[in-house]
Design a protein around this ligand. Structure first.
Ligand SMILES: CCCCCCCCCCCCCCCCCCCCCC(=O)SCCNC(=O)CCNC(=O)[C@H](O)C(C)(C)COP(=O)(O)OP(=O)(O)OC[C@H]1O[C@@H](n2cnc3c(N)ncnc32)[C@H](O)[C@@H]1OP(=O)(O)O
Ligand SMILES: Cc1cc2nc3c(=O)[nH]c(=O)nc-3n(C[C@H](O)[C@H](O)[C@H](O)COP(=O)(O)OP(=O)(O)OC[C@H]3O[C@@H](n4cnc5c(N)ncnc54)[C@H](O)[C@@H]3O)c2cc1C
Length: 669
């Protein structure tokens, strides 16, 4: 099957209808030109020799892994050469790869080297001393060694204080002795650990004279650098096939009396001196900072997956024609069915909203990391709260949004070659890794409770929670104007009152004699609901600020588009949380009807721009890797071409016919 060189006429027509400059939107959504240019340059260099994704789909587990390693090594070699040209010693190109979905495209089944770049190298730099960086970190940055972040165990992932891996200090030899004493202490899950890395950072309970000193990070070699064989005392391997991310090579690790020098404990914060004196970290949660970084990144990455799925569904819905709206008229593009718009457009705007929130969150991370470098730890709790709430709500919204978008593509959405499978399994994994979502919401719930107490005692509140004080001071919700500010405030007001209710329930339970942990546990449902609303209120408010500020730097047509996107996001989010809002704000049927009218109006206003907005996300065809989502819209030809590549189509008759079908049909005669 040859793919036409021309663009599908329906898609070409959609592009002509755009009312804004796509390139201006692209620069806006990529937070400026420099990131965008770097991304395009990287795509040009990296995508020239990518394997056919259809071919990858039919490889065995082992071959898939080996192909991915080859692909990663090629890509990293090119990335390093590019970085040398762009800014020697810098990290921009790596950062570009990691914060966009591009990295995932290079390896649709995930990469066994992702955790090396995301956590291993960063932890060595940020948790180690300058001497330790020189000794281990520089080698990791240069990829002379490959590593991963080894924390989760078979028995514990969430409850870090329950980790069982031990590091006992031996004063005689100035060494730590590492052990995983039970089956449940085996490390389980770290990316790349299975067969790829030769080093890692192990998170273990430090013991000095059998006294626990808390969790610390240790640099450990697990495989010989020449032979790649496991070192003595180390039991290591792959944890087996998962529902997705087949090439991440998640692994297990058991340790029996493995000795490492004392100086292998990362000692930027806590320290063990040669005589066994333990010097505490100024803030014990600094050991959790590598996780905070990844939580921030996940918001950018998952909003990218969400936008990828939305692009595939939008382009396909512009090409797919089915079911006349009026019986005597031709079949319309399915995108003209209003229910189809309702399946797709809220997902486009949600992806945009989280992209903007993710950019804000990552800037906050950079500021906090700089402050931590100057021993100012004051912003850690706020960053922790925001990273937890946005990581949880973004991964949840993207996971279920991607599934809605797949459903919007009917039968063909179920084809592997449509690529929703990879996108979905990437997205949903992030609901679990780097802190399971409910657990993260409970962290936020705890902080909301504390903030509520601070507010009652007149203490200043962290900026992203200051609205709690404002809303709590209102006797009732101000007059419902329905404007954007009103809609944002409605979400904030609901989040505030949900926090109030959770706080009252918690106090009532304490007063009835429950212990604080029991009272917290039974208040968990209300606390997680408050935390979720807090996150959505932040995303809504941030979107509102982004659209209403700096207008003078944008063209009128882009401002107009952004206003429509904001209008849809706010109306849709308020409708989604209407049960919560109606509990605290008196709305009439007229108000509700007006919201529905606004939703339908803005859907119609956005309709001509949908394809152009998705073009503006600037996904290379190789990033989307979808027969339904290509820029040229030659969907049917690509579906057919992918089917022809099925191994079952490479012979006239499959082997199972002679072996099984023929004898079976004979015996049934
Ligand atoms: C081509 C080139 C290629 C280049 C490469 C290109 C790559 C391309 C790749 C493309 C892109 C790929 C993108 C994604 C990939 C991702 C990979 C996935 C990796 C996944 C890794 C993981 O999956 S790795 C394991 C994560 N595992 C967790 O995530 C455990 C959760 N579990 C906890 O995190 C703790 O267990 C939990 C609950 C806090 C309780 O901890 P706990 O019991 O100690 O603490 P408590 O609850 O008692 O809290 C006591 C006080 O600490 C405060 N606090 C707590 N945490 C704090 C914190 N972080 N900062 C500040 N404060 C904090 C709290 O607010 C309290 O404050 P206060 O005292 O004031 O109340
Ligand atoms: C694809 C993938 C890659 C990963 N990569 C790595 C890696 O590189 N390195 C690494 O160290 N780890 C990694 N992990 C492990 C991951 O971080 C953990 O699985 C995750 O933190 C969740 O912990 P858990 O598995 O113990 O879940 P559990 O805590 O056992 O969760 C099971 C259920 O119990 C609930 N629950 C648990 N505790 C509480 C609580 N306090 N309150 C209320 N409910 C609770 C949860 O909400 C959930 O519903 C990876 C996992 C995946 C899926």
């Amino acid at each position: 099957m040859t793919i036409p060189k021309t663009v599908n006429p329906d898609l070409a027509n959609e592009r002509k209808k755009a009312t804004f400059d796509v390139e201006e939107f692209t620069a806006f959504i990529h937070d400026g030109e420099s990131f965008l240019q770097l991304k395009r340059l990287a795509e040009e260099e990296l995508f020239s020799d990518l394997p056919d994704p259809v071919e990858l789909d039919y490889l065995s587990y082992e071959d898939y892994y080996n192909r991915t390693v080859e692909q990663c090594v090629n890509a990293i070699t090119k990335v390093r050469a590019m970085q040398e040209r762009v800014n020697p010693g810098g990290l921009e190109v790596y950062h570009t790869l990691m914060t966009g979905p591009m990295g995932t495209t290079l390896m649709p089944g995930g990469t066994p080297m992702g955790v090396h770049f995301l956590m291993f190298t960063r932890a060595l730099k940020n948790q180690g001393t300058p001497e330790q960086y020189e000794k281990f970190g520089r080698r990791a940055d240069n990829c002379e060694i490959l590593g991963t972040y080894v924390q989760t165990e078979l028995g514990h992932g969430t409850y870090l204080r329950g980790l069982e891996t031990r590091a006992d200090y031996d004063r005689q030899t100035d060494e730590f002795v590492l052990n995983t004493p039970k089956l449940t202490s085996y490390k389980w899950w770290p990316g790349g650990l299975g067969n790829t890395v030769n080093h890692c950072i192990v998170v273990a309970q430090l013991y000095i004279d059998d006294e626990p000193m808390g969790l610390q990070l240790f640099f450990l070699q697990v495989r010989d650098e020449q032979t790649h064989k496991a070192l003595p005392g180390i039991d290591i391997g792959d944890i087996g096939k998962k529902i997705g991310l087949q090439a991440v090579n998640n692994g297990y690790l058991g340790l029996t009396n493995v000795r490492i020098p004392r100086t292998n404990m990362l000692m930027k914060n806590a320290k063990v001196l040669p005589d066994g004196t333990f010097v505490k970290s100024p803030v014990s949660q600094l050991a959790y900072f590598p996780m905070v970084f990844v939580r921030c990144m996940i918001v950018l990455v998952n909003s990218g997956f969400h936008a990828m799925a939305a692009t595939i569904a939008t382009r396909y819905s512009a090409v797919r024609r089915q079911s006349p709206i009026k019986p005597d008229e031709p079949e319309p593009q399915v995108l003209d069915h209003v229910t189809q718009q309702m399946k797709i457009v809220p997902e486009i705007v949600t992806a945009i909203a989280y992209r903007l929130a993710g950019v804000k969150l990552n800037k906050m991370y950079e500021e906090t990391a700089s402050a931590v470098g100057l021993s100012d730890y004051s912003r850690l709790p706020e960053l922790h709260a925001l990273a937890c709430t946005l990581k949880a709500s973004c991964t949840y919204d993207s996971t279920f949004g991607i599934e809605r978008l797949r459903l919007a593509c009917g039968g063909h959405g179920y084809l592997a070659s449509a690529n929703f499978g990879n996108i979905f399994t990437w997205a949903t994994a992030a609901c679990t890794y780097e802190g399971e979502n409910s657990v993260l919401y409970l962290q936020v719930g705890k902080i909301l409770l504390k903030t509520w107490g601070d507010m009652l005692s007149g203490k200043p509140l962290m900026p992203t929670m200051a609205y709690l004080g404002v809303c709590a001071s209102w006797h009732e919700f101000p007059e419902w104007t329905g404007d954007w500010q009103c809609l944002v405030q409605a979400l904030q007001y609901a989040a505030t009152n949900k926090t109030l209710i959770a706080s009252k329930s918690y106090t009532r339970r304490l007063e009835s004699g429950l212990s604080p942990p029991d009272a917290f546990n039974v208040t968990g449902i209300e606390l997680t609901q408050a935390a979720e609303l807090h996150g959505r209120a932040f995303v809504a408010n941030n979107f509102f600020e982004e659209v209403t500020q700096n207008r003078e730097n944008r063209s009128a047509s882009l401002n107009n588009l952004l206003e429509q996107l904001l209008e849809l996001y706010l109306v849709h989010t308020v409708q989604r949380h209407m049960a919560d809002i109606l509990r605290f704000i008196h709305l009439t049927d007229e108000h509700l009807t007006s919201l529905q009218d606004r939703l339908e109006t803005v859907l119609a206003e956005l309709r001509p721009n949908l394809v152009a907005i998705c073009d503006g996300f600037d996904f290379h065809d190789k990033v989307l890797s979808s027969v339904l989502g290509c820029y040229d819209g030659n969907v049917y030809e690509r579906i057919f071409e992918a089917a022809k590549k099925s191994p079952l189509n490479q012979r006239d008759v499959p082997a199972s016919f002679a072996q099984h079908l023929k004898p079976f049909m004979r015996s049934s005669l």
